[in-house]
Design a protein around this ligand. Structure first.
Ligand code: NZQ
Ligand code: ZN
Length: 395
């Protein structure tokens, strides 16, 4: 039985080669006075994209200021800096040029501009709802987080190492410019981490014990098979435009809620587990997910067996074994083989982290704090379960 649902995906998508040239016109449509051009460390400057974006804004007569320097697992300090700058300059539209980290930093600035208190309040789990959000748009440079159409925003307090999310439909971007060509400069590790994250956004919605629609499942399985196919191609042919286009489109559809319509909100325990790893060890998000998912899957599969069997057969192409449990395990093994085939880790050692017992306990405590005690639909997990999964991944 499927659940009732709302599907809200208002972001205008402009997809294809050279679409970044339309950015000035798109921003102008928003009737704003001044734009903050927000970007990351150096890739968008080095590729000439920032110059192109500024030229397009100039052509359409849109005033702008800029703020770069967003780091992966973006910091709250940069958000504060952005809020100050926007207030001083009278900015009323934020344009993110980059990936999930830049878009999330832009979302947090947009929230902060509409909130009198400390914007971290929204992320700190105090139950505060954002009173508003300034409008934003993006020029996407990496297919991964799906933030270009999602309602989610993930920020790290670099002083405490806490990485926290805040979800609200008011932050869904006005537009997303998606030119697959722009992702060709990515290192393979980032491309494949992105593919892993994309799959995980749909897998989190797929492995549930509550409500499923056949159509939603078919969309999810088709998306997952597509990412598996093209992630492998990109591992050896990074310049393959068609593969980059398939992955980029999958990245948005995987996390704009389409592949969860009718379920019970999804599982999202793997993301919870990874966010603690990201906050403590600054690992790349998708790689962190690959390193923890197999342990999560082995820990929970018996409690969500029909879905694991369906996944094994329909997504991983496994021939059903004598028992459902064996089929499910073959599906998990096939995922591990896939991760290895695209250069992704399947445990902490391969990820390059070696947390102490104390650090694992700290991450498990923090998971429980962040989710208010328990998380998961495939299996409801508590603090000791989080710790058990970290221990399983720690080989
Ligand atoms: O800073 P620069 O120099 O631009 O380098 C970036 C960064 O080092 C580089 N990069 C981006 N585009 C490039 C490029 N390098 C060469 N060529 C290009 N075209 O890639 C690195 C990673 O960028 P980042 O934005 O961090 O990647 P991603 O999109 O994976 O975002 C990860 C962040 O998003 C959060 C993650 O937790 C993490 O903080 N997430 C956000 C979500 C959301 N808002 O909906 C959902 C996700 O589950 C995720 O949690
Ligand atoms: Zn993710």
């Amino acid at each position: 039985m499927s659940n009732n649902f709302q599907y809200y995906s208002p972001t205008k998508v402009i997809f294809g080669k050279d679409t970044e040239a339309q950015v000035g016109a798109l921003v102008k449509e928003q009737n704003c006075k001044k734009v903050l051009v927000h970007f990351g460390g150096q890739s968008a400057v080095k590729s000439g994209l920032i110059d192109k974006v500024k030229a397009s804004l100039d052509e359409t007569g849109v005033a702008h200021v800029e703020l770069g320097g967003v780091v992966p697992n973006p910091h709250i300090a940069k958000v504060y800096e952005g809020i100050e700058l926007c207030k001083k300059e009278g900015v009323d539209f934020i344009l993110a040029v980059g990936g999930g980290s830049v878009i999330d930093s832009a979302k947090a600035i947009a929230y902060g501009l509409a909130y009198d208190g400390d914007v971290w309040d929204l992320f700190a789990g105090k139950g505060i709802k954002a009173p508003g959000c300034f409008p934003l748009g993006s020029v996407l440079t990496i297919s991964a987080a799906g933030s270009e159409t999602s309602n989610s925003c993930v920020i790290t307090d670099e002083k405490t190492g806490l990485k926290r999310s805040y979800n609200d439909n008011i932050a869904r971007p006005k537009f997303a410019i998606m030119d697959p060509e722009l992702t060709k400069t990515l290192p393979d590790y980032q491309t494949e981490s992105g593919c892993t994250d994309i799959m995980m956004h749909t897998m989190e919605r797929y492995f549930t014990n509550g409500g499923n629609l056949e159509l939603t499942d078919s969309l999810a399985e088709g998306l997952l098979r597509t990412v598996i196919k093209y992630a492998k191609i990109l591992h050896t042919e990074p310049d393959n435009y068609e593969a980059r286009a398939e992955i980029m489109w999958a990245g948005s559809l995987a996390h704009n809620d389409l592949t969860g319509c009718g379920n019970n909100g999804g599982d999202f325990a793997s993301h919870l587990l990874e966010h603690e790893m990201g906050g403590m060890f600054d690992v790349t998000h998708g790689a962190g997910l690959a390193a923890v998912w197999p342990s999560w899957a082995r820990y929970v599969y018996k409690d969500c067996l029909p879905r694991f069997v369906k996944y094994a057969v329909n997504v991983m192409g496994v021939t059903p074994a004598a028992t459902d449990e064996e089929t499910a395990l073959k599906g998990i093994e096939a995922m591990e083989e896939f991760y290895h085939a695209i250069g992704m880790p399947i445990n902490f050692k391969e990820l390059g982290i070696a947390p102490t017992a104390e650090q694992k306990a700290q991450m498990a405590d923090s998971c429980a704090q962040a989710c208010g005690g328990s998380k998961g639909s495939a299996k409801k997990l508590y603090r000791d379960d989080f710790l058990a999964i970290y221990n399983m991944a720690d080989v």
